[in-house]
Design a protein around this ligand. Sequence first.
Ligand code: HEM
Ligand code: HEM
Length: 254
Amino acid sequence: MTDLTPPHLRSFEASVLTGDATPEDLETLRKRSSVYVYESPVRLWHWVNALAITVLAVTGYLIGKPLPSMQISEATHQFVMGYIRFAHFAAGMILTVGFFGRIYWAFMGNSHARQMFILPITNRRWWYEVFYELRWYMFLVPEPKKYVGHNPLAHAAMFFFMTLGITFMMLTGWALYAEGAGQGSLPDTFMGWLLGLIGNSQILHMLHRFGMWSMVIFVLIHVYAAIREDIMSRQSTVSTMLSGHRTFKDDRPD
Ligand code: HEM
Ligand code: HEM
C-alpha cells in the first residue's frame, strides 16, 4: 500500500498529529521538552496559600484601619468588624494547617518540593546565577538561563518572603490570637511566650502589620515575574503551577 503521509510528517506517523502541522511546527516539537516538576500537593498548597494570604492581607489591613461602620447602619444591626476578624482568623488557621502540610510534603515529595526550604548559600555558582537572573530581570542580559525548579532569584525571594515570612506571620499572628483567647487557653500555652518576650501588644501588632506589607510587596513582584517569565523566558511558568509540567521552548544548553 502506498504511504500517503507527507514526507515531513513521516517521523511523526505514530503521533496523533493531523496534517495541519507545518515543517516549522515539527521542528519546534522536536526541540521542546517537558518535565513534571510540581506535584499536586505543591500546586494545591500554592493556590490555597495564595487565597489565604489575599484574604489575610485585606482583612488584616481593615483590622488595623477599621471601616467607618457607623456610616453603614446603626451599630446594633451589624457585625462588620466581627465578620472581618472571623475571616482573618479562619484564613489564618487555613494558612497554618496548609504550611504544616507543605512542610510534610517537603519530606515526602520530590526534590523540587524541598527547594523553597533550603538556600544553597555556600554554592558560588548559585550566587553567580542569582545575580545573572537579577540582570536578566533588569533587561541587562539578552537571554535568561533555563531551570527545572525555581530560578535562583525566585528561590531566594520565596525562601525569605514565604518560608521565613509565613513562619513570622504565623508566630506573631498566633501570639496576638493568644492574647485575645486569654491566659491558660491553648493558643496561650503555645504562643503566649512571644508577647511576654516582646513585652508590648502594640509592638506585636506593628511587627505583624510590617509582615503584611512585606507579603504584599512579594506578591506584586511575584505575579509580575510569573507572567513576564511565561512570556519572555525560555520555559513555561504560570501553566507549570497549574499542570505541574515545565515545558522548555528550545533545546539549546542553558
Ligand atoms: C499572611 C499572613 C497574615 C497577614 C498578612 C496578616 C495581617 C494582619 C494585619 C495587617 C493585622 C492588623 C495589625 C494591626 O494593625 O493592628 C492583623 C491582626 C491580627 N492577625 Fe493577622 N495576618 C496574617 C496571619 C495571621 C495568622 C496566621 C493569625 C493566627 C490566627 C493571625 C491573627 C491575627 C490577630 C489575632 C490579629 C489581631 C486582631 C485584633 O487586634 O483585632 N494573623 N493581621
Ligand atoms: C498571594 C498570592 C501568591 C503567593 C503568596 C504565592 C506564593 C508562591 C510560592 C510560595 C511559590 C513557591 C511554591 C513552592 O515551591 O512550593 C510560588 C510559585 C509560583 N507561583 Fe505563586 N503565589 C501567589 C500568587 C500567584 C499567582 C497569581 C500566580 C500566577 C500568575 C502565581 C504563579 C506562580 C508560579 C508560576 C510559581 C512557580 C514559579 C516557577 O516556575 O518556578 N503565583 N508562589
